[in-house]
Design a binder for this molecule. Structure first.
Ligand SMILES: Nc1ncnc2c1ncn2[C@@H]1O[C@H](COP(=O)(O)OP(=O)(O)OP(=O)(O)O)[C@@H](O)[C@H]1O
Ligand SMILES: [Mg+2]
Length: 502
């Protein structure tokens, strides 16, 4: 990693009104370097990436690529200079083939604007061979697992001759095994001299795949290190502070209460939905945290959606507090004291154009109205308490949710469901995009709910999370249950093996 940097950003600053999202941030990226950007939720990581893609124009500072100062705030200019971005939410055309997606929007033509398909195919084949990406060009994107879709995005970026790839939490929706595949691709890109910026909240990933790290805190660069020179604890302390770093370490295993108070809250008997899952049997007790893990595509999300009433099921029964129920829609679930924090906060969870407060009270409208009149003061109290409990930043109830950082949006989503005080709370990947400090806070809240005798069901692909919070663990594979274990009786390695089907 010697030679002149591919990209140099100097003194970047960005303010939104009075809020300083980024201040005087400088960063350099060299060929073959994987640089991680680390910081708590709201630290300014995505803002920095968006400046480098041209999506937003910085208030101060400049960006130099290949020795030339470039005009900021122009996406086409950044792309032309070889800066591409792999987004967390895919922007591929799902119904089209891999080949078509790679060339989408800029088909090589033969005379008169006719598509030169054979040439496209040759180019794409050469590209995926060079970067050792294992893709079937004729596959339909929608049929591919998430990690392959990420690889299509990478191939697309490379076909545009990208020299710098920006990745904002690329593994947020990937399962354990898929992350290994992505890392393999990253290493090949590195050997080919591509410079990579990698944002993640998962420290293990940073230590595994990155060479250097830029630490952001409150919009400022507070450290710039070689990964080889630092420890996890040093990194944690730098971005969340000493006190929280100690907490984050301390939330490791604690005493378990498998089967909680001994009272079954939720029983699922032989539940099935054609083509998705079948023969699912488990109970969740009052006062326990029951985790369901498995690979992406193991149909855990589909299962919990059916339990909540967001989707139907065709066979089996659901029993809540001893009574069989047939939830037909989410309102049925809510009426029975069931809360559901969905996986996709943008699609199912939040009204992005509405305020933090409006989102927080949305599911709890019954509690804040009197004969249909909104109780202003109650609403304000509720939202203030939720913002404090979950440490939502900035702590402004009237801020539009779209203007919060990713991790803070996730906290609002969880807060929204806590407002209905559910007896049974289903959470699907609740801490995706949440920083390590806030994760520890969410675990504390879940433990508090458990101590109050509520039944908590968490779907999670994050093995560390599962081992940290679960009393019992169920593993699913391809729509079937592999087994259920008391968390005290298994190791993480064993669970990983069950998940992978060994
Ligand atoms: N369009 C916007 N309008 C107002 N404020 C914004 C806007 N976009 C971002 N911000 C604010 O800028 C700050 C930095 O946000 P950014 O998204 O860069 O954080 P991040 O480090 O990516 O956090 P996360 O880990 O949660 O994704 C936050 O306080 C956020 O609320
Ligand atoms: Mg972000």
């Amino acid at each position: 990693m010697t030679g002149a940097p591919l990209l140099r950003a100097r003194g970047l600053g960005k303010t939104f009104g009075t809020l300083v999202a980024l201040a005087d941030a400088s960063v350099e990226i060299r060929a073959g370097e994987v640089r991680s950007l680390v910081g708590a939720n709201g630290a300014g990581k995505s803002t920095l990436i968006k400046i480098l893609t041209g999506a937003i124009r910085p208030t101060t500072g400049e960006v130099e690529i290949g020795g030339e100062i470039v005009e900021t705030g122009r996406p086409a200019e950044m792309l032309a200079r070889g800066v591409a971005c792999i987004y967390q939410h895919s922007n591929l055309a799902p119904a089209m083939s891999v080949l078509d997606n790679i060339f989408l929007g800029r088909q090589p033509t033969r005379g008169l604007g006719l598509l030169d398909r054979p040439r496209q195919r040759r180019e794409a084949e050469a590209l995926i061979a060079r970067y050792e990406i294992d893709l079937d060009l004729d596959a339909t994107v929608a049929d591919l697992p998430t990690v392959k879709q990420k690889e299509v995005e990478i191939a697309k970026a490379l076909s545009l001759d990208a020299k710098i790839l920006l990745m904002d939490e690329p593994t947020a929706w990937l399962a354990h095994e898929e992350v290994a595949n992505l890392f393999r691709t990253i290493r090949t890109l590195k050997r080919n001299g591509v410079g990579i910026v990698y944002i993640s909240h998962i420290l293990d990933e940073i230590f595994e795949v990155c060479d250097t790290v830029t630490v952001l805190r409150d919009g400022r660069v507070v450290a710039d290190w070689n990964i080889a020179d630092i420890t996890r604890q040093q990194l944690l302390q730098k971005f969340i502070g000493e006190r929280l770093a100690a907490d984050a370490g301390a939330h490791a295993r604690r005493s378990r209460s498998a089967r909680g108070t001994g009272t079954v809250k939720l029983a699922v008997n032989h539940l099935g939905r054609k083509g998705l899952f079948e023969g699912i049997d488990f109970e969740v007790y009052a006062g326990e945290i029951f985790c369901i893990t498995g690979l992406i595509g193991s149909k855990r999300t589909e299962l919990v959606r059916s339990i909540f009433g967001a989707d139907r099921f065709d066979s089996g029964t659901i029993v809540i507090d001893g009574t069989e129920v047939r939830p037909r829609n989410p309102a049925d679930g809510i009426g029975r004291g069931v809360g559901f924090v969905p996986e996709d906060r943008h699609r199912d969870g939040l009204m992005l154009k509405m305020s933090v407060e409006q989102n927080l009270i949305m599911s709890a409208l019954g509690d804040v109205t009197d004969w249909g009149l909104m109780r202003r003061s109650r609403i304000a109290d509720m939202s203030r308490a939720a913002i404090a409990d979950l440490n939502i930043l900035p702590p402004e109830p009237h801020k539009e949710v779209a203007k919060l950082s990713g991790g803070n949006q996730q906290k609002v989503l969880i807060g929204k469901w806590l407002q209905i005080h559910p007896d049974i709370l289903l959470l699907d990947e609740p801490t995706v995009g949440v920083d390590v400090g806030a994760k520890a806070e969410i675990y504390t809240i879940l433990r508090k709910l458990k101590a109050e005798g509520r039944a908590i069901l968490v779907v999670s692909s994050d093995m560390e999370e599962v081992m940290t919070i679960a009393d019992r663990i169920m593993v699913m594979r391809s729509g079937r249950m592999v087994g259920i274990w008391d968390a005290d009786a298994v190791t993480q390695q064993e669970i990983v093996a069950y998940v992978g089907g060994e």
